[in-house]
Design a protein around this ligand. Structure first.
Ligand code: ATP
Ligand code: MG
Length: 234
């Protein structure tokens, strides 16, 4: 695919809860500048897979490589330091901190600073001194993405990227991922908007009951639209 180690490389990864696997035998790799989607109906294991990649739940089997280094057993903060940026479902903004304070909390050495986040999201700059709980859903998502960028990641992992957002804001979020990929970041995105995912992402991974049942580019996915729609429940 690309020379050099993948930014993130999952090999035969299985993970779940209380000793019971929920996702099984997942293999995927992502290179600089790539945007990939993870799709599937509710409860199929998308969030579980992302959490296992991030180290928020342990792997039962398999390997997690970050920049060619084995991180299968390291805690989440080490994976963050190694290059994974995490934008959780529901955003998890600190309600009683301001926008700037939310950003400063996450800051690590690197090119991303609050100022560069404000360049990316001018709308957020206008809300600098506002508290987290006074922001709109879209502003909160911008802040959650900005906070992840301040850890200076190579791979941005975004669960339910545009959930609950107005169409105009959704478009801004999609454009942001495109901007970031042109800066060499990789993005893994979970979302329910098939058309936008198909036009944005280089490759797709469709999950069904904890396994990847379909993957590839737009053509591969659309080769059998009925099958795809069955997997997505649309
Ligand atoms: N903390 C947990 N403890 C036990 N089981 C869980 C836990 N979180 C999720 N599960 C179960 O794991 C399975 C996969 O859930 P997961 O949240 O990964 O799916 P998802 O694809 O992200 O769904 P959604 O589209 O609703 O976000 C489901 O059966 C769910 O009930
Ligand atoms: Mg989920």
């Amino acid at each position: 695919m690309t020379p050099g180690p993948a930014l993130l490389d999952l090999e035969g990864l299985s993970a779940g809860y209380d000793g019971i696997p929920v996702v099984e035998d997942i293999s995927l790799a992502i290179a600089p500048g790539e945007v990939i989607s993870l799709m599937g109906r509710n409860g199929m294991g998308k969030t579980t897979l992302l959490k296992a990649a991030m180290g928020l739940i342990p792997a039962m089997r398999g390997r997690v490589g970050i920049m060619g280094v084995d991180h299968s057993r390291t805690p989440a903060h080490k994976r963050a330091a190694a290059g994974l940026g995490w934008v959780p479902e529901g955003r998890r903004i600190f309600a009683d901190l301001t926008v700037v304070e939310n950003l400063e909390m996450a800051r690590r050495i690197g090119p991303w600073t609050p100022a560069t986040v404000f360049d990316l999201f001018p709308r957020l700059a206008e809300r600098k001194r506002h508290y987290g709980d006074t922001l709109s859903g879209g502003e909160q998502q911008m802040l959650a993405i900005g906070r992840a960028l301040l850890t200076n990641p190579n791979v941005l992992i975004v669960d339910e990227a545009t959930e609950g957002l107005a169409p105009k804001i959704r478009d801004e979020i999609w454009e942001t991922f495109d901007t970031l990929r042109h800066q060499g970041l990789a993005v893994i995105v979970v979302d329910k908007h098939l058309d936008q995912l198909l036009s944005l992402c280089d490759r797709h991974f469709v999950m069904e009951k904890g396994r990847i049942v379909l993957s590839g580019g737009r053509e591969a996915l659309m080769a059998d639209p009925e099958r795809l729609h069955r997997f997505l429940g649309v």
